[in-house]
Design a protein around this ligand. Sequence first.
Ligand code: ADP
Length: 184
Amino acid sequence: MRRATLRPDLAVLTMAGLLDARPRVGYFYDGKKPGLLAAKEVHRLAVDTVKAVPVVVRGGTSVYDCIVALFTEDIGTLFIVSETGYLEGVVSRKDLLKVAMGGVDLPKIPVRVVMTRVPNVVTVRGGESVYEAARLLVEREIDALPVVEPETASGKEALRVTGRFTKTTVTRIFVELGEPSKTL
Ligand code: ADP
């Protein structure tokens, strides 16, 4: 195929590897659908298979100790749980920064005072797809989701925290899907 016959309108498809161009054959579909395969994969992959270990603290933990935990655990969001391990709230790095800017005595303020609390916490079940979890992060403009399984505790529904799904998790999936030789 001479240069003159290359069609600029198909450039995106050839660059994406979906179409190939050969002399005397013209454009042809080479059978690979990387975009579609990746799309299928994110709907098929369950949150449980990629979730990270949750970092949890109790509601009585001071704001000071929560800030220390962000550094020692190298994370951006902490989950607050009850004595029995059920979700009570979340606190983000900016929540903590806001308190710190108030010039208050950080070791004296329990995190339960500043956290976003259940039922306002957006969560995801382990059986949901990573697409659904990532969609929630984008739609709700948050960085992290507690992965939970509902249980009944003293006649009420409570959420057991089993993991953490964050923007970092999404980035890691993205990179792995981009590697041609790797399947998740
Ligand atoms: P940051 O504010 O540090 O950039 P986020 O964007 O995750 O981090 O948090 C924005 C706000 O949303 C914070 O007030 C935080 O408490 C709250 N938040 C964080 N994660 C969740 C969640 N899973 N469900 C509900 N609210 C959340």
